[in-house]
Write a protein that binds this ligand. Structure first.
Ligand code: FAD
Length: 161
């Protein structure tokens, strides 16, 4: 099975349409490979120049995994809304726009390099910046940059883009 959406009518083919979802999303689900086992976490994120930026505590299972294997799969969705009606399957459906992608994670551990990424994450959620980050907080935080290698977009229940 190739990396195209099986339902061709639902695939978002315009790269800008895919990027719009990543600009609007609030949560990124990041899947990793822990030796041979999958592991996934939900994370807040920021999107800029086809990179995804994440921040986290400096320790934990996901960081241990990413140090060993930087390959990730991610998913972001927006606009999810439940449609209902009398008939199961026909009327009941979830509307959404989503992106699934793959990439390589780089851990950013230098405090100076973390700060621009932390601004990008804040800018995903608010236009009220720029914000200050206390040196203590920055030191306690690790930044993960995902360089996206491929991604696909899908729209379901909304007019196609
Ligand atoms: C909407 C949302 C946004 C989030 N945003 C961020 C973010 O920006 N940055 C961030 O670091 N974290 C975020 N989290 C929390 C994140 O999903 C992880 O719980 C957290 O990062 C810890 O991961 P870890 O691998 O270091 O956990 P560890 O504590 O090292 O994991 C140990 C074990 O705990 C269990 N576990 C870990 N996380 C969860 C969980 N969320 N729910 C249930 N069991 C769990 C698993 O079984 C795992 O094997 C968010 C969670 C949600 C739901």
């Amino acid at each position: 099975m190739g990396n195209t959406v099986r339902r061709d009518d639902k695939e978002i083919k315009d790269p800008e349409g895919i990027r719009e979802i990543l600009k609007k999303g609030l949560v990124c689900h990041v899947a990793m490979v822990d030796d041979v086992k999958p592991y996934m976490v939900a994370m807040n994120y920021g999107f800029m120049d086809d990179n995804i930026y994440l921040h986290a505590a400096i320790e934990g299972r996901k960081i241990d995994i990413l140090r060993k294997n930087p390959d990730v799969c991610f998913m972001v969705y927006t606009g999810n809304r439940l449609s209902t009606g009398p008939v199961a399957c026909d009327d009941w459906t979830m509307k959404y726009r989503s992106v699934t992608g793959f990439g390589k994670a780089t851990l950013i551990e230098d405090d100076k390099e973390k700060i621009p990424a932390m601004h990008i994450i804040m800018n995903q959620y608010t236009t009220k910046g720029p914000f200050e980050f206390s040196p203590g907080r920055v030191t306690q935080t690790i930044v993960i940059r995902i360089d996206i290698t491929e991604m696909t977009g899908k729209v379901s229940g909304y007019p196609n883009e």
